[in-house]
Design a protein around this ligand. Structure first.
Ligand SMILES: *Cc1c(COP(=O)(O)O)cnc(C)c1O
Length: 424
């Protein structure tokens, strides 16, 4: 008889009774994760194909980020940001403003992407309240979007694979289609824009914001779509007076081939959310960045117009030192050209994998996806890849590669070869 008292550590997205034993990690450096397999009594180095849920942009154990955090830890590892401040958070906010689009000037830190999105939504709703409009408090999002696992982010997300246990709570959000695929034609984009306009015509007096994962809808199934849609959607947001929020928790810091997905667009979103790779994957932290247009409505002699939110660990000095060093590495080591190489290799090699189990293969920036016709075609892939020295974690119908940007050509080719062999 199994002792459930032994299950002290409760794992994410897992049926604790039937799950397979997780691989035990003993260390990690560069793109490699060191595994000890207790059943087989073997040590193995795996190439991480997924950057630990897309955050480990520099791989693991980066000397310079380690050093930055160690230096900070000897000064102080944390103080509250209420009533106190420190240069490391001030500098991190300044740096984020510097590298993001013109107009995004005000950085609110929090501890995770989900909370960063919650902060953005609260800002949007209170923005209208502060302007004297209390009826604009609903949110529009895209079908198959994922914005986090907290309550409001589940609600605006449209991803029943994550949220099915709570679906009866979620009736208070509008979902509209994103165009399917980067190469969606102008008619398809027009159709989706018309849907948005139809909704706004009817309901804009109740709507505070439209939130999107720009260009890559990640956890909801890796739909890639065109910036042209976003440019058109922005015009409607202006016309019907709603805020446009970009959740770049996944797309930020190079994943789409530019530093931010918004850099493809010809406008600045009203609110931007960053997370995951923000700290180079070192420590959970998020930044919700508001334009001055938004910030202005909170900036007042009236204390009730203040933004009443304050995560205990916001602006954590260790996180901020990782943020600063991580961004410095992007600039110093020309990450965008590394990302371009990754994209080119995947375009040449990944796209050529052939199997009648495969429905589609697509590549955008440092993101490559194989979509299969049925999720059973990926069952066992994780163990197969382990044997070959690759860590990959497919979900539903998707096997994807989102490697650390420091990956070498031969390491990336190895990941692609493992996938090719799997489908043979
Ligand atoms: C991962 C993710 C989140 C949630 O971030 P957490 O740090 O896991 O809370 C939010 N939005 C998007 C687009 C994400 O990919």
């Amino acid at each position: 008889m199994e002792k459930i008292e032994d299950k002290n550590l409760w794992y994410p997205y897992a049926q604790m009774k039937t799950r397979k034993e997780n691989f035990l990690v003993k260390g990690a450096q560069g793109v490699y994760i060191d595994i000890y397999h207790s059943e087989k009594k073997e040590e193995k180095k795996l190439i991480d194909a997924v950057s630990s849920w897309w955050c480990a942009a520099h791989g693991y154990n980066n000397k310079e980020i380690n050093e930055a955090i160690k230096n900070q830890i000897d000064k102080f590892s944390h103080v509250m940001l209420g009533g106190l401040t420190h240069e490391i958070a001030q500098n991190a906010s300044k740096k984020i403003v510097e590298i993001t689009k013109e107009g995004l000037n005000h950085v609110f830190f929090s501890d995770s992407g989900s909370v960063g999105v919650e902060v953005a939504l609260k800002m949007a709703i209170q923005y209208y309240k502060n302007k004297g409009d209390v009826s604009k408090n609903k949110i529009i999002s895209l079908t198959h979007s994922y914005h986090g696992d907290t309550f409001k982010t589940m609600e605006i997300g449209d991803d029943p694979d994550y949220h099915f246990a709570f679906k009866e709570f979620f009736r208070d959000c509008y979902h509209i289609d994103a165009p399917k695929g980067l190469e969606a034609n102008d008619d398809e984009i027009k159709r989706c824009i018309n849907d948005l306009e139809k909704l706004l015509k009817e309901k804009s007096d109740k709507i505070a914001a439209f939130i999107v994962e720009p260009l890559i809808q990640a956890a909801g199934g890796f739909n890639f779509y065109s910036y042209k849609y976003l440019n058109e959607a922005k015009k409607l947001c202006e016309k019907y007076d709603i805020l446009f929020i970009f959740d770049e928790v996944a797309t930020g810091f190079g994943r789409t081939g530019k530093m931010f997905a918004m850099d493809y667009c010809d406008f600045t979103p009203d609110i931007l959310v960053l997370g995951k790779a923000l700290t180079g994957g070192y420590i959970g932290h998020a930044a919700t960045v508001a334009t001055t247009k938004v910030f202005k409505e909170f900036y007042s002699d009236d204390s009730e117009k203040a933004f009443m939110h304050g995560p205990t660990f916001m602006g954590n000095p260790l996180a901020c030192s990782a943020i600063l060093k991580s961004i410095e590495l992007y600039e110093k080591n020309d990450y965008l050209s590394k990302i371009k190489n990754i994209e080119e290799i995947m375009r040449k090699k990944l796209i050529n994998i052939k199997s009648n189990k495969i429905k589609d293969i697509r590549v955008f920036g440092a993101t490559g996806v194989i979509e299969v016709g049925n999720s059973i075609f990926l069952r066992g892939l994780q163990e197969f890849a382990y044997e070959k020295g690759v860590w990959i974690r497919p979900f539903l119908n998707y096997a994807y590669i989102m490697p650390p940007y420091i990956i070498k050509e031969e390491e990336l080719l190895k990941i692609i070869n493992v996938l090719e062999e799997w489908f043979k």
